[in-house]
Ligand binder design. Structure first.
Ligand code: ADP
Length: 272
């Protein structure tokens, strides 16, 4: 990018209208360009990320043809093809999910989102993966808490945190999902006893497509999009997401969202 070039152009055209307007227009243009840059980067990253599994599937198909006389090799290649297609379909699904979330503003029509239901459905969605590793997922904390926002978005965020906790945990460990009310906001924490995250990676894991040492996690087939979905949901709800982690010991992700006071409580507050 060449900062300054369009600004000069705009300034020259509207200067007679007053400097405040000039400034507003320059700022508008700068913002527009930044949005456009982010969009272009995203499209470039998406095409790059899609090419990897597609390329692998193509190579595996060729290898299968070459190995037609060796049934064991064909089986091996077919299994790897299955893994790569799963990865591809998860990637496509998360890209669609992220762009859908970005398209709708959760505060257009915010509602009371019941966290008990959201957490239950997030835990259910991870049940097969957790069961396969004998990981027990426990739910604790304050019951019947509601947050103010968009149910689909909150569910997407919590599901991603729970699914990561299960993916990056060793077999026979425990994952805990808790809620805690604190002065008008609600902390939803997902605590695992998993592999943890190196300290120098902590500020990068929320970037789109970023994965800590992908080779280490190959078998989990992640996309690097889960936490950017969580971050997006936190931001659009006026909340935040924080992480504590120690390598080899585990991680805790806490998503903080605005509390919604139930109608009973509201009536009590409103009555004199
Ligand atoms: P992915 O699809 O790879 O899980 P995410 O955006 O959800 O993508 O996470 C980004 C990276 O952060 C992951 O690849 C992983 O390295 C790391 N990570 C996320 N959650 C955890 C966790 N609970 N424990 C350890 N590492 C994690």
């Amino acid at each position: 990018t060449r900062p300054g070039a369009p600004a000069r152009h705009v300034t020259a055209r509207v200067a007679p209208l007053g400097s405040r307007l000039v400034l507003a227009l320059v700022e508008d243009r700068t913002r527009e360009r930044r949005v456009e840059e982010v969009r272009r980067d995203f499209v470039a990253n998406v095409s790059h990320e899609l090419k990897t599994p597609v390329g692998a599937i193509r190579l595996l198909a060729e290898a299968m043809v070459d190995a037609a006389d060796d049934p064991e090799a064909v089986k091996r290649f077919a299994a790897r093809m299955g893994t790569e297609s799963d990865r591809l379909s998860k990637l496509v699904q998360q890209i669609i999910e992220l762009s859908r979330l970005q398209a709708d503003d959760p505060l257009d029509a915010p509602v009371a989102v019941h966290l008990d239901e959201v957490i239950r459905s997030a835990v259910d969605a991870s049940a097969i993966d957790a069961g396969a590793k004998r990981i027990s997922v426990a739910i604790g904390g304050t019951e019947d808490v509601q947050v103010f926002g968009n149910e689909k978005q909150v569910t997407a965020a919590v599901s991603n945190l729970v699914s990561n906790a299960v993916s990056y945990s060793d077999p026979d460990s425990t994952v805990l999902v808790t809620t805690r009310v604190d002065d008008g906001s609600v902390d939803i924490s997902v605590v695992d006893q998993g592999i943890g995250i190196p300290a120098d990676e902590l500020d990068r894991i929320f970037e789109r497509f970023y994965r800590v040492d992908p080779a280490r996690h190959r078998s989990t087939g992640g996309t690097g999009l889960g936490l950017s979905i969580v971050k997006h949901v936190a931001a659009t709800h006026g909340g935040e997401v924080r992480v504590w982690s120690a390598e080899g010991q585990g991680s805790t992700f806490t998503l903080t969202l605005p509390q919604h006071f139930g109608s009973e409580r509201k009536e009590q507050e409103d009555s004199p």
